[in-house]
Design a protein around this ligand. Structure first.
Ligand code: ZN
Length: 784
């Protein structure tokens, strides 16, 4: 479902899988290096790549013949030494071409250093935050040098001991292409593309037959064909939405506008102003609570502050308004107003990581409290007109956003609210209309995420069926492509992990018996879903899906499906929560822990190679699907999921001391994963990615424990298999975006920063203090 306002889904469905030289140097106050120290560091870093090179060969002597080893090293002196130490560098290919920076010009490089600096520049490994300046004469800090060395190791990519991730995945990283219309390629997306080919075969085969009206096959075929029918869609243009846009335009008071929006919501499932929906109550997982939010910015926070992104957003808004028939003068002024309003909303909303903090997002209002925010209309009437009964309590996740939104609901802002509603409506359903809308989105993706090429109409239609008919499609998919053997194997693995986890908890030194009992109980109560649901949802059984030939349209079909979802939601009011439902379609290559159900879920889509194979060794399967499973289990005990008890209620089950101990460990993990380079010039955020990193660390610890029980465990195969499942290549633009919003660490960090905390890794690959992957024992981290 395209529920643009349900950001909360991100919170509660959550915790899905997806997205060193000497760390002593990673201290926050810069440590500057002398010329002699730089020489020592770069010679050590380069020893496996350019053996035999000596200090005298890399250090530039002064005219008097001295090396002046004690003097501080400047950036440019260090770069020249580095360049000489490594000698010839490989030409960047594939992923290294995408990671590198190639378009910089420095005008502060002295002539004597130009050649060596140029060589490093061509390798893509120099990046400076200041335009035109390398900072050539400034002193170089240890962490600056460390970063540049790591970029070279990633570029060389042939030494497991310096850059494990790059070396294991070298061939793939060098040759991997990003598919047209996308900004990245990963193990997950490759497998998804294979699944999509199968799904496309299913749909094309079904399309060759006539199916009884109302059957799931008929609905799949007609929905798919309506998406594919670009001729009819182009011919209709904005006709399907014209009357709704007009209705918004004709509203001449705030009350009338709100009523219009509610009517449109009841007809299309697409209201824009006041959003009500029932979700599982975070403090009582067996019942539903009404959720409310009002105006919501279209994009993440940094889209409104970064100039490049702002231009792309403005262009997108303008294009949509033009396509919906507005004249040029109106488009210009209105897009600015909409953007500025969204910017203001965005500035008052939570930061990305705050959405995962239940203490910040669980705010319960009485109806009266909510009413007091909206003095200019009858709030109760809007709830009943939307089709819900009046609740006693209403849940608000982002209070700052709601309070700011509420301030817009007055007569002075009538025109602005109308413009906002029209834009949001067309933004929500434009993808069902003519090609111009598809192109507007493609242009936006190219500008913001560096996407090249576009997806075919057929690919887009397959994606639409996956999004809108997941139950019908899923049922056919698992009949054809899911093996019961996989289900059995995974069940067995899960049972092993739970046992190991119990032992781990029992043996913990920092946790009291009281809290241990609750943690063990949480494991005992943990529910497991594997492959596909026991019963398929019947949401769309009474929904008509029609082809254009039968008088339907893609727009109508999408509206009917949205309405079916909303009607199903309304019917939940006052009912107990049905915990058998799945939050992900079965063909999705992903997995999740749902803290409200205290359950781990593994859709059929991920139970395939390279995550899992009947033919793979246990070590390989543990490095693949094993770490995925243990990762999800660990989410029950990370800084997000750990706030929910065994019944899935957000209630504290820790003693104060135990929680403090836990958070001390978490804090160390946060620092350990913070400020690391993702691609040249873009760094990781240890706070944003904390709970996912805890899950990765817990998963690896758990898998190694299970693997150690085998005879002659093949740790090399285990670690390599793990590095394979996380590999990815992406545009710099997407890397930048993810660094601000993705709770998962970037692949290189996810692998390299996790494995270094385990003895088995050092032993398996004979890593010593001289190697890039080495982290001193006292600096290693882990919570579980
Ligand atoms: Zn996760």
């Amino acid at each position: 479902m395209k529920l643009t306002k349900c950001r909360i889904i991100a919170l509660l469905v959550i915790v899905a899988l997806i997205f060193s030289v000497s760390p002593a140097w990673a201290v926050k106050t810069p440590v500057y290096l002398s010329r002699g120290e730089v020489a020592g560091v770069v010679l050590n870093a380069a020893d496996d790549y350019n053996p035999g090179i000596s200090k005298n060969e890399i250090m530039l002597g002064f005219e008097d013949g001295t090396l002046r080893e004690k003097e501080p090293a400047s950036m440019v002196q260090a770069l020249v030494m580095l360049s000489r130490a490594f000698g010839e560098l490989p030409s960047p290919r594939g992923d290294n071409l995408r990671r590198g920076v190639f378009d910089q010009h420095f005008n502060d490089v002295p002539p004597w250093a130009a050649e060596e600096v140029d060589k490093l520049k061509k390798a893509g490994i120099l990046s400076s935050p200041v335009e035109g300046k390398l900072g050539a004469s400034e002193n170089i800090s240890a962490s600056q040098l460390n970063k540049i060395i790591k970029r070279i190791w990633a570029l060389e990519g042939n030494n497991l001991k310096d850059d494990f991730y790059a070396a294991v995945n070298k061939e793939w990283l060098d040759s991997s292409q990003i598919p047209a219309g996308e900004a990245r390629n990963t193990t997950f997306t490759e497998l998804r593309d294979e699944n999509d080919k199968r799904i496309s075969d299913i749909l094309n085969t079904l399309s060759q037959k006539d199916w009884p009206q109302g059957s799931k096959e008929q609905k799949l075929v007609d929905f798919y064909q309506s998406a594919l029918d670009l001729d009819s869609r182009n011919e209709q243009g904005i006709e399907p939405v014209r009357k709704y846009l007009q209705a918004y335009e004709e509203a001449d008071s705030l009350k009338q506008l709100i009523q219009t929006d509610i009517n449109i919501n009841r007809e299309t499932g697409n209201g824009q102003l006041l959003f009500y929906y029932l979700y599982q109550d975070p403090q009582d997982s067996s019942s539903y609570i009404m959720y409310h939010q009002a105006l919501v910015p279209t994009w993440e926070k940094d889209f409104y502050s970064s100039p490049d992104k702002r231009d792309a957003c403005m262009r997108y808004i303008s294009r949509l308004l033009t396509l919906s028939g507005e004249d040029e003068a109106t488009v210009q002024s209105v897009s600015k107003k909409i953007f500025n309003m969204e910017k203001e909303l965005s500035e008052n909303s939570l930061d990305p990581e705050e959405y995962y903090d239940i203490d910040k997002t669980y705010n319960v209002y009485t109806l009266e409290q909510l009413e007091s925010l909206y003095p200019n209309f009858d709030l109760k009437k809007t709830i009943t007109d939307t089709g819900y009964q009046l609740p006693n309590r209403v849940w608000v996740d982002d209070e700052g956003l709601l309070l700011k939104s509420a301030q817009y609901f007055n007569e002075e802002n009538l025109e602005l609210l109308k413009d906002y509603a029209k834009f949001k409506f067309i933004d929500a359903c434009g993808f069902t209309l003519s090609r111009g809308f598809i192109e507007a989105e493609q242009e936006f993706d190219a500008l913001v995420f560096g996407v090249e090429g576009v997806k075919s109409d057929q690919q887009l239609a397959v994606i639409a069926v996956k999004d809108y008919l997941p139950a019908y499609l899923g049922e056919i998919y698992v009949e054809k492509y899911f093996s019961e053997q996989a289900k059995q194997d995974v069940e067995e693995m899960i049972a092993n992990f739970v046992e190991v986890y119990k032992q781990k908890i029992i043996n913990l030194e920092w946790m009291s018996t009281e809290t241990k009992e609750r943690a063990l109980k949480k494991l005992d109560y943990m529910n497991v879903k594997i492959g596909y649901p026991d019963k398929w949802p019947a949401t769309l059984d009474n929904t008509d899906i029609k082809s254009y030939a039968d008088g339907g349209s893609y727009f109508d079909n999408v509206c009917r499906i949205n309405l079916a979802d909303i009607n199903e939601n309304k019917a939940k009011q006052g009912q107990p929560v049905d915990k058998s439902t799945w939050e992900m379609p079965v063909y999705v290559v992903n997995a999740y822990y749902d803290p409200q159900n205290n359950e781990i879920v593994f859709p059929a889509g991920i139970l395939q190679e390279p995550f899992y194979s009947i033919n793979a060794s246990p070590a390989e399967n543990y490095g693949g699907i094993g770490t995925v499973i243990a990762h999800e289990i660990t989410h029950a005990f990370d800084t997000v999921g750990g706030k929910f008890d065994e019944m899935g209620n957000a209630k504290n089950w820790w003693t104060e001391d135990d929680y403090r101990n836990f958070m001390e460990r978490a804090k160390r993990v946060q620092e350990f994963y913070d400020g690391l380079e993702i691609v040249a010039g873009i760094e990781s955020d240890g706070e944003l990615t904390l709970f996912e990193n805890i899950a990765d660390l817990g998963a690896m610890s758990c898998c190694l424990e299970v693997l150690s029980q085998y005879e002659n465990p093949d740790y090399q195969a285990f670690f390599k298999s793990n590095a394979v499942i996380w590999r990815q290549t992406l545009t710099r633009e997407l890397a930048d975006y993810f660094s601000n919003v993705d709770v998962h660490s970037n692949a290189i960090i996810r692998v390299n920063r996790t494995v270094v905390n385990f003895d088995e890794f050092y032993e398996a690959f004979v890593i010593s203090e001289k190697d890039g992957m080495y982290v001193p024992l006292e600096e290693r981290v882990g919570v579980w």
